[in-house]
Design a protein around this ligand. Structure first.
Ligand code: SAM
Length: 289
């Protein structure tokens, strides 16, 4: 721990912003690496005479800030943590940094399953850091969750996140390709949710450096048309879902109509494309028969 004056930290912040970058990112760095939350930092502005405690000294914090500015590495990877909904999740460059729009998936599900006392089995396909599965398991302690990912590192990080955040045991983790590890749960799933890799190859090649260089390709790229994984998930869903089970998938901004067709081709009913914060048809939901 390092103790410095608030005034010194505020002057340090000003100096760092002159080098480039934005205030939001610098505040996140001070939070994730320095251990001082944005709320605590803002409070210092009216109490500059206060002393503050930081986890690392300003020289080291400056080193990380310059590393971010020079290489575009996301602050979340530098700090090994990402905030998502009300969760503080461990992340590394082996998993996607969970995105704000994905938070809506959890709200859509909460809206559909208002009766919290009903026990259901749900699946989070391609769990990454565990974000969706963990949020659902915590909100619904009576539910049984199964989370899969093809990447061993993701499964390790996700299960560590669940153990650290909660003392519940209603979420289990499975390594493997989409539905494959769930062979013993055929016909037993009430709800399946997925935020699969859906970015078309060409779009992927043009992604900003901070995404393409640091986030795992396997978490983002969905083949030539972006639909490779979505097609597989929808095609095999009927074998795993119960009758009237729900499938909810996040898709790329322009894939809504095509994903809806895929659901209909696979005998899903009541299929809808739902919008994200920007009014984009980002989520497709349907009931199996
Ligand atoms: C877009 S990321 C989503 C991660 C997390 N669910 C989230 O929303 O932040 C897609 C995830 O799918 C996983 N994935 C990619 N191909 C897969 C496959 N064939 N089977 C299972 N998981 C896969 C990736 O490893 C990655 O964790």
């Amino acid at each position: 721990m390092v103790i410095i004056s608030a005034k010194k930290l505020l002057m340090w912040e000003k100096k760092q912003l002159l080098k480039g970058g934005d205030k939001k990112s610098l505040n996140l760095l001070i939070d994730l690496l320095g251990g001082l939350s944005k709320k605590e930092f803002n409070f210092l502005k009216i109490k500059p005479e206060k002393k503050v405690e930081l986890k690392i000294n300003l020289e080291l914090l400056e080193y990380f800030w310059e590393k971010h500015l020079n290489s575009s590495i996301p602050i979340q990877y530098l700090g090994g943590i990402s905030y998502w909904r009300d969760l503080k999740l461990e992340v590394s460059s082996k998993v996607l940094i969970p995105r704000p729009e994905t938070e809506i998936l959890v709200d859509i599900i909460s809206e559909r399953f208002k009766n919290k006392s009903k026990k259901i089995t749900f699946v989070d396909l391609g769990t990454g850091s565990g974000a969706i599965g963990i949020a659902l398991a915590l909100l619904n302690p009576k539910w049984d969750g199964l989370a899969t990912d093809i990447d061993k590192n993701a499964i390790e990080i996700a299960s560590r996140n669940f153990t650290k955040i909660s003392n519940q045991s209603n979420l289990k983790f499975y390594l493997g390709n989409w539905w494959n590890p769930l062979i013993n749960f055929k016909g037993e799933i009430d709800l399946a949710v997925a935020n699969p890799p859906y970015i078309p190859l060409k779009t992927y090649e043009e992604l900003p450096k901070e995404v393409k260089k640091f986030e795992p390709r396997i978490a983002l790229m969905g083949g030539e048309d972006g639909l490779e994984h979505i097609k597989e998930i929808v095609r095999y869903a009927p074998s795993y879902l119960k009758e009237k089970g729900l499938l909810l998938i996040e898709n790329h901004f322009d894939q809504g109509d095509r994903v809806k067709e895929l659901f209909l081709e696979n005998k899903f009913t009541s299929v809808k494309v739902l919008k994200d914060f920007s009014g984009i048809g980002r989520f497709t939901i349907g009931r199996y028969k």
